[in-house]
Design a protein around this ligand. Structure first.
Ligand SMILES: *Cc1c(COP(=O)(O)O)cnc(C)c1O
Length: 469
C-alpha cells in the first residue's frame, strides 16, 4: 500500500483522492490488527470504523474529508479544541527540551510548577500532589494511599471501601472494584475487591415529589447507617462529585457532598473525590466539590487536565495525610506506587498551558452562556413521549430515553436504541455516543451557538429514529 502513495500538493488532497488512504482502506487495515476499547469488535461488520486524520477546534475530520462535531469531547478529555495551537506549541517546545526523565530522585520544572498550580486552584487544604498517567491509575493511587494511611496510623483493620451505586471509577482491577456499572464490572467480579455500596443520591431515582435536595438528605441517612455498621473497617468513601458520568450522567444535589464531608469526619473515614470527568469547569465551577465548599481527603484529576492532549493524572491530598508516610526509611512507611511515565514533562507542560488558558480567558463565564443556550434548546424535549428526564449540570446535559414515559420503564438494553442515535449522528456529521438509553452532550468549551444548534438538532432527529418502532 505504501508503494501506491504519490506525491501531491497537500496531505489532505492526497488522502481524499487516494483510495489507499481513504476511510475504507484505513478502516480495513485497522480491523486486521487493532483491538479497540469498550467495543464488541464484531459490531464493525456493520458499524463503520471512522479513521480521523485531523482535528480542528470542536471538529474531527476523517480520511474522506468528512467533518464531525465532537459532541462528547473525545471521551470527555478535550476542553479547548482539537490540535489547539497554543497547547500544540507548548508541547512542541517541551519536546525539544526534555521529553521525559525518571521521576524518582529526579524532578523537573513542569512537574514542580504544575503541582504549585494545582495546589493553588483546588479547594483549600489539598497541598500534596502525586502524579500518575491516567484516570484509573489515579484511583488506584488514592485507594492504596487511603489504606496505607490507616495502616501507618495503626489501623490495618481498615481494608474496605464504600462506593455509590451507579458509580464508575475506571477499569483497572482496583478502580473497577469500586465501580458499579454492570456492563464493565459483572464479567470480572470474581477478580475484584467487594466494596460496600451506598445508594446513590441520583435525583432521577428520587421518590416521586421529592426534591433533589431531599433525595440527597435521605441518601445521607442511608450512608450514615452503613458507616455506623462498617466505619471501623472502612478506609474511604469514593464518589464522583455531582455527576455519575459513565453510569448514565446521573446528577445529584451538592448537599450530598457537604453531608458526606461531615460524615467522613464524624466516622474517621476518608472522602475520595473522583473529579476525573467533572473537574476543570465541566460542572460550572472549576471543580465540582466547590459547589459544596467541600475539601475531600483525596482529589483525583485526569481527562481535562491536559486539555485532551496527553494522558496524565494527579492525586491531591492533605499535608496531614502526607505526614503519616513521612518517617525514617527503616520505619517502612513510604508510599510504594510507581509508573514509568510518572510526571511526564510533555504532559505536565501541556497541563500547564491548559491551566494558563483558564487564567487568560473567561472560560467559566463563557461556559455559563453556552450551558444556558444548551438548556434552552433542550427544554422542548421534556414533553417528548419517550423522554423521561432532561438534566444538566454546567457543560454536561443528558436525555433519558424510556419505552414508557408514565412508568419510566426503560428500553431493554438489548434493543440498543442509543446505537441508532450514534449511527444517525455519524451520518449527519456529529459525534454523539449515548450511554445505553441516555443521550448526552459534553462538548469542548470552544463550541459556539451554531454548534450547539447542530448538536441538539441532530440528537433530536436521532432520537426520533431511535424510538421509531
Ligand atoms: C474516565 C474516568 C475514569 C478513568 O479514567 P481513565 O483515564 O479512562 O482510566 C475514572 N473516573 C471517572 C469518573 C471517569 O469518568
Amino acid at each position: 500500500m505504501r508503494g501506491l502513495e504519490r506525491p501531491s500538493r497537500s496531505a489532505d488532497d492526497s488522502r481524499m483522492n487516494n483510495p489507499a488512504s481513504g476511510n475504507a482502506a484505513l478502516a480495513a487495515r485497522d480491523l486486521r490488527h487493532v483491538w479497540h476499547p469498550c467495543t464488541q469488535m464484531h459490531d464493525h461488520e456493520s458499524v463503520p470504523m471512522v479513521p480521523i486524520v485531523r482535528g480542528e477546534g470542536a471538529w474531527l475530520i476523517d480520511a474522506d474529508g468528512r467533518r464531525y462535531l465532537d459532541g462528547i469531547s473525545s471521551w470527555w478529555t478535550n476542553l479547548f479544541g482539537h490540535a489547539n495551537p497554543r497547547i500544540a506549541a507548548a508541547l512542541a517546545g517541551q519536546a525539544r527540551t526534555l521529553e521525559h526523565v525518571i521521576f524518582a530522585g529526579f524532578t523537573h520544572e513542569p512537574a514542580i510548577e504544575l503541582a504549585e498550580e494545582l495546589v493553588r486552584i483546588t479547594p483549600p487544604g489539598l497541598d500534596r500532589v502525586f502524579y500518575a498517567d491516567n484516570g484509573s491509575a489515579a484511583i488506584e493511587v488514592a485507594l492504596k494511599m487511603s489504606f496505607h494511611y490507616w495502616l501507618n496510623q495503626g489501623h490495618g483493620e481498615k481494608t474496605r471501601f464504600i462506593a455509590l451505586t451507579g458509580s464508575y471509577h475506571g477499569e483497572t482491577l482496583g478502580a473497577l472494584s469500586v465501580s458499579d456499572v454492570a456492563l464493565y464490572r459483572k464479567t470480572y467480579a470474581p477478580l475484584l475487591l467487594t466494596p460496600f455500596l451506598a445508594p446513590s443520591p441520583d435525583a432521577y431515582e428520587g421518590e416521586p415529589g421529592e426534591s433533589s435536595e431531599q433525595t440527597a438528605k435521605r441518601r445521607l441517612g442511608e450512608l450514615r447507617s452503613l458507616l455506623e455498621r462498617h466505619a471501623h473497617e472502612t478506609c474511604a468513601v469514593i464518589v464522583e462529585p455531582l455527576v455519575q458520568c459513565a453510569g448514565g450522567m446521573r446528577m445529584y444535589h451538592p448537599g450530598y457532598l457537604t453531608g458526606l464531608r461531615a460524615l467522613c469526619d464524624e466516622f474517621a473515614v476518608h472522602f475520595i473525590a473522583d473529579e476525573i470527568a467533572v473537574g476543570f469547569g465541566r460542572t460550572g465551577t472549576l471543580f465540582a466539590c466547590e459547589q459544596a465548599s467541600a475539601t475531600p481527603d483525596f482529589m483525583c484529576l485526569s481527562k481535562g487536565l491536559t486539555g485532551g492532549f496527553l494522558p496524565l493524572s494527579a492525586v491531591l491530598t492533605s499535608e496531614r495525610i502526607y505526614q503519616a508516610f513521612y518517617a525514617e526509611y527503616s520505619a517502612g512507611k513510604a508510599f510504594l506506587h510507581s509508573h514509568s511515565y510518572t510526571g511526564n514533562p510533555l504532559a505536565c507542560r501541556v497541563a500547564l498551558e491548559t491551566l494558563a488558558i483558564f487564567r487568560d480567558e473567561p472560560v467559566l463565564e463563557r461556559n455559563r452562556q453556552l450551558a444556558a443556550s444548551l438548556a434552552r434548546r433542550l427544554e422542548p424535549l421534556r414533553a417528548h413521549q419517550h423522554v423521561a428526564d432532561v438534566r444538566q449540570t454546567g457543560m454536561i446535559a443528558a436525555i433519558e430515553l424510556v419505552a414508557d414515559k408514565a412508568s419510566r420503564r426503560p428500553y431493554p438494553a438489548a434493543e440498543r436504541r442509543g446505537l441508532r442515535v450514534y449511527l444517525h449522528g455519524l451520518q449527519h456529521g456529529v459525534l454523539l455516543r449515548p450511554l445505553g438509553n441516555v443521550v448526552y452532550f459534553m462538548p469542548p468549551y470552544v463550541v459556539d451557538a451554531s454548534d450547539i444548534d447542530l448538536l441538539v438538532d441532530t440528537a433530536i432527529a436521532g432520537i426520533e429514529r431511535a424510538v421509531a418502532d
